[in-house]
Design a protein around this ligand. Sequence first.
Ligand code: HDD
Length: 710
Amino acid sequence: MKPQKKNKNQDNLKTKDLSKNTQSPDKEFLTTNQGVRINDNNNSLKSGERGPSLLEDFILREKITHFDHERIPERIVHARGSAAHGIFQLYESQEQFTKAGIFTDTSRTTPVFVRFSTVAGSRGSTDLARDVRGFAVKFYTDEGVFDLVGNNIPVFSIQDAMKFPDFIHAVKPEQDHEMPQAASAHDTFWDFVSLVPETMHMVSWVMSDRGIPKSYRMMEGFGIHTFRLINQKGDSHFVKFHWKPVLGVHAVAWDEAQKISGKDPDFHRRDLWENIDQGNFPEWELGLQIVPEADEFKFDFDLLDPTKIIPEELVPVRIIGKMTLNRNPDNFFAETEQVAFHPGHIVPGIDFSNDPLLQGRLFSYTDTQLSRLGSPNFHEIPINRSVAPVHNNQRDAHMRMTINKGKTNYHPNSLGGGCPYQAMIKDGGFSSFPERVDAEKIRGRSKSFSDHFSQPRLFMNSLSKHEKRHMVDAYAFELSKVNHDHIKERVCYNLSMIDKDVAKQVADKLGITIPKKVELPLNQNIGADEDPVRNEPKDANHVTESSKVLSMEAHNKGDIKTRVVGMICSNGVREDSLMAYKNTLESQGATVKIIAPKGGKIKTDQGTALKVDENFLTVTSVIFEAMVACDGLDKEVLEHQVAKHLLQETYKHCKAIAILGNGVELLNNTQIPTNKKDPALLVNDEAKAFVKAIAAGRNWQRELEPVVPA
Ligand code: HDD
């Protein structure tokens, strides 16, 4: 029997595997699908030049038939997404916890394919919706495919898979008029949320700035559920998976998000693509929170409850390796659309816990591929194909690619020499962790799942002032779009169980009063026969505990790598100061774009021609992280509405601005207040100081001042 192959150079292994199916038309003739060369691809076959078309035109029929069937159903959730290829490398063997090769063999480079997504919107919706982001990683390991299908938020909205279709129906556009697209700000979503308080933890994360990331490259990822790791001896440890972005965690402002949705709805997709294209490969470190079996009941929440985190203060995250995304897909449909993730794709050394949400997911993901990709042979699609050999007795079905040789397609057999053999555990055969289960069959939920408010309170306590303000504003924004007051009241009532102050601020903005008690419609509790425990929360006290890493502030790396800075220029711009700034910014890893009234090129005061990246027709401040008004601007720019708007909007979104030389005249033509101390508004300062100002993060203080129109 063959031992499992060990690959030291796997990054090329998946690329090599995919290359069996990639093709390019370079120097080739146009043909039909049957390989017949086509002589005229412009005209159908007709009886006479003006005559009716002829049914015998096999070229026309084939072309149109294929076109007619190009679309497949989009994903029921996470329809909008973008993906990239990459590699995973382990820093240090974790063999004390797991026997999985990717987590024990430091000499390996494991290929990965990662798809990021929004949840609620359709395939063509905006990237900047306020939403959770999917973070799904497919590891092509020597021992088979391992999928870590997570999100950018560490908790889920519901505790049991039984509620998933209800939750998704509620958040998707409403069934009568199919509105709104890619938005949770509507009645059905908040109706559901208000009746299911376990949603409050995840919803509070989504209402925070985590719901509007700056970039896929700047988000954390979480496996969410507790999984198990199994070592060589068969011992089990509970584990939660974390992805920590090397660029830190960053978000945009809500007003910015709404504007980006109009100006560049592909903002995240473009950002991922362009950065990989330019060699700015995004990186994440993989971390594990390990809990020994013996500590399963040590916490005041249940490890099996997916609406709970394990605070990092209780169980630190062990960083064990790094993932780098280094190649864009060749074809969006073939790879990004057809990739099929499944939390049930695990390898020896990893196992499931009894989290009831995870257990339900184990059914759902294969099932959905049957209607989305149309066949149980979806594992043969190149992007889904394992790099570990696949041999079994499954046969036939739509679009079967493998040509299985021999006579036997059953096990056991003697005619085929007993092949393929079952693998002993020592040969890498998967065996489930022999957890003892001895219980009554019930449809119910553990009481250990019933505290819905302590952890959202921990989250809110951990936010910085401006983060909390943004969360309050987001709650108020979303609920303002709800037509029914009783829904708003119920949400505020639930909020008051978490944080009375937050609830009051939201209610004030909505112009409603928080009720003392809310009546639930009949039989809306966990089970119709259960006590209405949700309506009588046990604990409405304020605890002051907080967890540092829950604030995005804790994840600012203090650099400006890959940030995009705009420089407002015109003909005659002063080249020395422009270049001093540009060079310094670029030396720190930023990308600089020249903005000028017209496209083409501008001439500096020294006669050098500079390419214009954005002209006044296309430019928008919201795609930049910071803005510079250069020295030597001509009168047209100094008085131009677009130039003024660029500065005002950059200011409004609290981003860093540098003013050089006569750029001050442009600043003075705006409504930006210049009489206040503002660490992110630099006039004739050094480029180094500007770099520091950008790296420090936004000056959210400006939000407390009268709004600058933009
Ligand atoms: Fe799910 C897709 C993440 C709960 C059913 N899910 C999907 C994707 C991500 C997640 C990232 C997109 C994968 C891709 O890019 O193709 N889902 C999660 C997380 C969950 C979760 C982190 C909870 C912790 N999901 C969940 C439940 C169910 C589903 C409870 C059903 C019982 N999810 C699906 C699905 C999807 C899916 C319907 C749609 C497309 C697909 O699977 O392939 O089966």
